[in-house]
Design a protein around this ligand. Structure first.
Ligand code: GAR
Length: 211
């Protein structure tokens, strides 16, 4: 099976989408080996425990530098022999050494239509800019923050009455579809990082890779 390790910092609704996708066989040959949080009180850890998944907390505040934290994180992940490391609301910037170690098997979901709005407060920025559309992007992680090659995006309209919270809710529900799908492609051996591009062997790709 394809062994996943999920890293998170918060609610873990994307983790839940992965747990559900494993249960209902959308991810047939996939096992979530561990969920690791940098925050002890992340609700994602509770979700993992309820699903019988091994959990670990590595608190970034216990480390003197990003390098030391990432080294501990890497050692923990590698205990599980992960094929794919899934960042699911993991709110720490990763060091170049860490990213290189997992290059091609480290993916992230970001709540904007990248390359628009890397970083934080994506929904408020989209509203403030008067954008008509928002969305989320699954991408391979590279050393450039939120700048790695995109794998799939989901787009939704921004309505007149939207605020950052209503928009975040609707984007999140799309995230729950596209993120397990990207992992499914990876587990099937159809998705890889080649020459700094995400390559998908798929005849049935949605148009422009947008779902
Ligand atoms: C998601 O919207 C995800 O795209 C975002 O955090 C949320 C986590 O929700 N990630 C980032 O902003 C990464 N910089 P969840 O904990 O319910 O999955």
């Amino acid at each position: 099976p394809c062994k996943l390790v999920v890293l998170l910092s918060g609610s873990g609704s994307n983790l839940q989408a992965f747990i559900d996708a494993c249960k209902n066989k959308q991810l047939p040959n996939t096992e979530i080996c561990a969920v690791i949080s940098n925050k002890a009180d992340a609700f994602g850890l509770v979700r993992a425990q309820q699903a019988g998944i091994t959990t670990a907390c590595i608190d970034h505040k216990q480390f003197g530098s990003r390098e030391d934290f990432d080294a501990a994180l890497q050692a923990k992940i590698d205990e599980f022999d992960a094929d794919l490391v899934v960042l699911a609301g993991f709110m720490r910037i990763l060091t170049p050494g860490f990213v290189r170690h997992y290059l091609g098997r480290l993916i992230n979901i970001h709540p904007s239509l990248l390359p628009k709005y890397p970083g934080l407060h994506t929904h408020q920025r989209a509203i403030d800019a008067g954008d008509k559309e928002a969305g989320a992007t699954v991408h391979f992680v590279t050393e450039e923050l939120d700048g790695g090659p995109p794998i799939i995006q989901a787009k939704i309209p921004i309505f007149d009455g939207d605020d950052a919270a209503t928009l975040a809710d609707r984007v999140l529900s799309k995230e729950h579809t596209i993120y397990p799908l990207a992992a499914q492609w990876f587990a099937e051996g159809r998705l890889s990082l080649r020459n700094s591009k995400a390559v998908l062997d798929d005849k049935n790709l949605p148009e422009n890779g947008v779902l």
